[in-house]
Design a protein around this ligand. Sequence first.
Ligand SMILES: Nc1ncnc2c1ncn2[C@@H]1O[C@H](COP(=O)(O)OP(=O)(O)OP(=O)(O)O)[C@@H](O)[C@H]1O
Ligand SMILES: [Mg+2]
Length: 270
Amino acid sequence: MLKLEKDILTDKPEVDPAEGRDHVLAQEFSVFYGDSEAVARVSFGIPARLVTAIIGPSGCGKSTFLRAINRMNDLIPHCHVTGGLVFDGKNIYSKQIDVVALRRRIGMVFQNPNPFPKSVFDNVAYGPRLAGIRRKSRLSEIVEQSLTRAALWDEVKDRLGQNALGLSGGQQQRLCIARALAVEPEILLMDEPTSALDPQSTARIEDLIGELRGDYTIIIVTHNMQQAARVSDMTAFLYEGRLIEFGSTKKLFTKPEEKRTEDYITGRFG
Ligand SMILES: Nc1ncnc2c1ncn2[C@@H]1O[C@H](COP(=O)(O)OP(=O)(O)OP(=O)(O)O)[C@@H](O)[C@H]1O
Ligand SMILES: [Mg+2]
């Protein structure tokens, strides 16, 4: 079995996703780059207000799947999808979907912190301003609230006017989370959000994920098995674009159904 540094999984409650509603539902969903099928007919439901980890070896389609959820793949030429990807009862790829509105409801945080070269305040106020909020007092309120939720307020409350690029990497990543939260999304997509961070900043982000859990649906891609075991309720294991196994994190890491899952989580490949 996976050797975890402490017994993270022992205290983890077994999650029954059938109890909650599916916030995102993939039905035979594929993503192609030209003729190559990077995500291959995956079917599973991502439960609302829990943390779902997506794991698998490099190139297995994790980022492709994650980006598909808020249609970031639209910008890539020759990329197309088949099958269904349903959010809130509607197919994300139907012609009626307003992509800007979709991305407001489904926020994203990337591997490398990417704040705008603007002040801390303006980074967080960016989305709300785009959404038409102009009143300074309202913007200040949103900025404080979002930075507090992202566990960054105390560190930056006296330097809101300073350039965000002057923050440490870990602070920049929490700022990016605050920026995503400022438009009150329902889902937060995180693609290896800590892989560019030191262990201490990583721990802060993991704690933060724990605090946001319950209020947001969080989908996190990670190469770190310990991290998946620590932060997630559900885990999806992808291999060569296919969904090999999906289930509660506790079950998948302790009693996987599939040999390939076991081989991957025990570090035999990947
Ligand atoms: N823009 C693109 N154009 C063409 N092929 C792409 C593009 N992006 C990804 N691919 C291919 O799609 C497959 C899945 O890539 P993806 O980036 O989703 O994998 P991943 O699981 O996120 O990998 P990693 O763990 O290395 O980040 C790979 O074979 C990759 O080469
Ligand atoms: Mg990736």
